[in-house]
Design a protein around this ligand. Structure first.
Ligand code: BGC
Length: 760
């Protein structure tokens, strides 16, 4: 089918294309043969509303494989695995004839309280960007599109449709936009979804700076911008700003506004052409890609992939005395409601109707030859009488006391983690914390398995010998948990977010969720581990941490700058244990004596490597030169500062295995001099510097001896003068008793000469 060019459409037809026909469809233009396409959530499975289903399709969507939500999948740090899951998502999308899957979500986990953290990948932009690009590539390889969301700085749910994220330029660029930039530049998602919130006071859906200057002019985005569902504030300015497709339908109201604006001259028709043209491009891509994958869906194969991905998402936080893996003939007490009724995804628009659902209890029973007792332990119901809580606890203690080992499933009740609102604390319910103490007293051989979409405080971490952070793992999480418990899968996941000791320690604690619809990002660049490291705070488990049933050694780390200016890091990693495993190798950089504020170390590259027992592999990791750059607020651009960078090769952000240094040549930042340029800046200028140096020497010569002598010994006059604006230097002339002084004209002439020489 050939999709017409935008020039063949009337103004009304073009305007009609810029908003949806329904909740999930774009509009058709039958006269010229433009079909409607369907878009649907996303992100960790397909949520396609059944014909005649409920309005949002949350309760009644076509069964689809529920892969681990981003909180789990991201913990794999495995680009290849994430790509394969993306391919499977693309396959299911294509089979169901959907043009665009609404994901991935890659917002930064600024606070553990964000109700939607389960849908996001990390507190770090490189992890979010690299893995986000892998998902996009995987999905789009099947002839369907993605929607990179929620663009941008949508880091809380509270007041999300109005709140302004007030972020300074450096953190905005270096933390909150960097991941989006990476995905756009590396993977060209078919669409980008603008968020509900405002950024520094401007709605994302009508921000020309965000949607056009940054996204298109700087990053080269070629696709279409779609609004989050209901994110449009004022449609006409939004269209002019670069917000192409409003979703869902506005019942024609905003289309008419667009037509009227063109007619009264307040909107140029070319803006409508551009947006409608992009909708046509999207429809073209979707129709060309349609049918790329033939059905029916191989439910078993995708369930198996969901199981593999879930196994790779489980983080072994601690394993004292090698309590794990469990012997298959051990007498096991499984305790906790989550073992029987899994929490496998978060609430809201991303809820998938799974093709099947494993429970950990059944899967543990299936894998073991031993006896498995089960006790509910606690109730996740809204209202639970104290007597019931005690009875459940007593029953659990009884089961624990007659078993070799206890597997205790704890976690957050589903109602605590949802799109649309945030959490109020990071605590597990009190009944669960009491249960841990009672169970430990009855049987110290206790393994805790956690089910949660956002991090929780672990006040028992020192007392429990083994902890698995099992996040929300999708439909095969139960089987995957059993695989890891018994060692059929050797855990290899690592934390993409820090587990803090207390909520009060977290970076955004004092600025979350803001007030009067403004949230000040007061912690600036210091998000996640950047904060805990800079403040030297103790954490429960650091960013990048995760154990294995085997061990790894790192040797021969080296770094060099390659022909592209990127830093190539190599390290030999050896599996020093007796079982096969995977290690996630991380590279962090820092620059001693940097002229700008920086975190003590920042993640720049990572790799997941599979190793047989005794095997060594040399792993090569590339730190892109552009990822070393900071956002320089003076010229408003990325700048790589020159210097001797420290390259930490690490098993976690707090387990540095080897450090090397590499000299990186910096970018030249030549800023024009002005009267407000400081003496320091002028003195370091190649042209103006020597002239001013000579003038100062002359002036200082004229200074009265007694004036100089009142200064305490060692006071550095030149340092004092460093920040003195050159425009005020005339005053110094007066001080020197130099009647002629250094007049403003002389200074202006000097600055003009220096600036002209620099331009040449
Ligand atoms: C969510 C998006 C989602 C959309 C469609 C919005 O409320 O923020 O992530 O894709 O609804 O369901």
């Amino acid at each position: 089918m050939s999709i017409p060019d935008v020039t063949e459409l009337t103004l009304e037809e073009k305007a009609s294309l810029t908003s949806g026909a329904s909740f999930w469809h774009t509009k058709s233009v039958d006269r010229v043969g433009v079909p409607a396409i369907m878009v649907t959530d996303g992100p960790h499975g397909l949520r396609k509303q059944r014909e005649g289903g409920d309005h949002l399709g949350i309760g009644d969507s076509v069964p689809a494989t529920c892969f681990p939500p981003a909180v789990g999948l991201g913990s794999s740090w495995d680009i290849d695995l994430v790509h394969r899951v993306g391919e499977a998502l693309g396959t299911e999308t294509s089979i169901e004839n959907v043009g665009v899957l609404l994901g991935p979500g890659i917002n930064i986990k600024r606070s553990p309280l964000c109700g939607r953290n389960f849908e996001y990948l990390s507190e770090d932009p490189i992890v979010s960007g690299v893995l986000g690009a892998a998902i996009v590539r995987g999905i789009q390889s099947k002839g369907v599109g993605t929607s990179l969301k929620h663009f941008a700085a949508n880091n809380q749910e509270n007041d999300r449709m109005r709140s302004s994220s007030d972020v300074d330029p450096r953190p905005l660029r270096e933390i909150y936009l960097r991941g989006f930039q990476r995905v756009v530049e590396d993977a060209q998602p078919w669409t980008v979804m603008c968020s509900y919130n405002r950024i520094n006071g401007v709605y994302a859906s009508e921000d020309p700076w965000l949607l056009t200057r940054v996204l298109r002019d700087e990053w080269g985005f070629e696709g279409l911008v779609v609004s989050d569902w209901g994110a449009v504030n004022e449609r006409v300015p939004g269209l002019a700003a670069g917000m192409d497709l409003e979703m869902p339908s506005s019942n024609g109201v905003t289309d008419a506004q667009i037509v009227a604006a063109v007619r009264d001259g307040s909107l140029v028709e070319s803006a409508v052409d551009v947006a409608a043209g992009r909708v046509l491009d999207l429809v073209r891509k979707a129709t060309e890609g349609a049918g790329a994958v033939a059905g029916p869906l191989d439910v078993d194969a995708h369930h198996a992939l969901a199981r593999e991905a879930a196994g790779r998402s489980i983080v072994l936080l601690k394993n004292d005395g090698d309590l794990l893996p469990l012997a298959k003939d051990a007498k096991i007490a499984v305790i906790g409601e989550f073992a029987e009724k899994p929490r496998y995804q978060g609430a809201g628009s991303s809820m998938i109707n799974p093709t099947r659902l494993d429970s950990a209890l059944e899967e543990i029973r299936a894998l073991t030859a031993g006896e498995v007792a089960y006790a509910q332990g606690f109730s996740n119901a809204l209202e639970v009488a104290d007597e019931q809580t005690s009875a459940l606890r007593d029953e659990a203690v009884a089961a624990a006391s007659v078993s070799d080992v206890v597997v205790l499933f704890l976690g957050l009740p589903a109602r605590l983690e949802s799109e649309g609102y945030d959490r109020e604390d990071i605590d597990l319910p009190a009944a669960q914390l009491h249960l841990v103490d009672a169970v430990l007293a009855a049987n110290p051989n206790t393994v805790v398995v956690l089910s949660n979409g956002g991090v929780v405080a672990l006040p028992f971490a020192d007392r429990v010998p083994a902890i698995l952070e099992a996040w929300l793992l999708g439909q095969a999480g139960g089987a995957a948990t059993a695989d890891v418990l018994f060692g059929d899968v050797n855990p290899s996941a690592k934390l993409t977010e820090t587990i803090p000791m207390r909520l009060e320690d977290t970076p955004a604690f004092l600025d979350f969720p803001g007030e009067f619809s403004h949230t000040r990002y007061g912690e600036g660049l210091f998000v996640g581990y950047r904060w805990y490291d800079a403040r030297r705070l103790e954490v429960a488990f650091p960013f990048g941490h995760g154990l294995s049933y085997t061990t790894f050694s790192y040797t021969d780390a080296a770094a060099q700058v390659d022909a592209n200016g990127d830093v190539e890091v190599t390290v030999a990693v050896t599996n020093t244990g007796d079982r096969a495993g995977r290690e996630v190798v991380q590279v962090y950089t820092s620059l001693n004596g940097s002229s700008v504020q920086r975190a003590p170390r920042e993640l720049k590259a990572f790799a997941s490597v599979a190793l047989e027992p005794g095997e060594t592999q040399v792993v090569t990791l590339t730190v892109r030169r552009k990822d070393l750059a900071y956002w320089d607020i003076r010229p408003g651009r990325w700048v790589v500062e020159g210097g001797e960078y420290t390259i930490d090769v690490a098993a976690s952000s707090r387990d540095i295995r080897s450090s090397v240094t590499v000299a990186v040549e910096g970018d030249v930042v030549s800023l024009p001099l002005s009267r407000t340029s400081s003496m320091g800046e002028v003195l370091s200028h190649p042209i103006a510097g020597p002239v001013v140096q000579a003038a100062i020497a002359q002036m200082m010569g004229g200074l009265d001896e007694s004036a100089a002598s009142i200064m305490p010994e060692g006071v550095d006059m030149s340092k004092m003068m460093e920040s003195f604006p050159i425009g005020r230097i005339g005053m110094m002339g007066a001080l020197a008793g130099d009647g002629a002084g250094t007049g403003p004209e002389m200074i202006d002439d000097l600055l003009a000469m220096a600036n002209a020489a620099q331009r040449d």
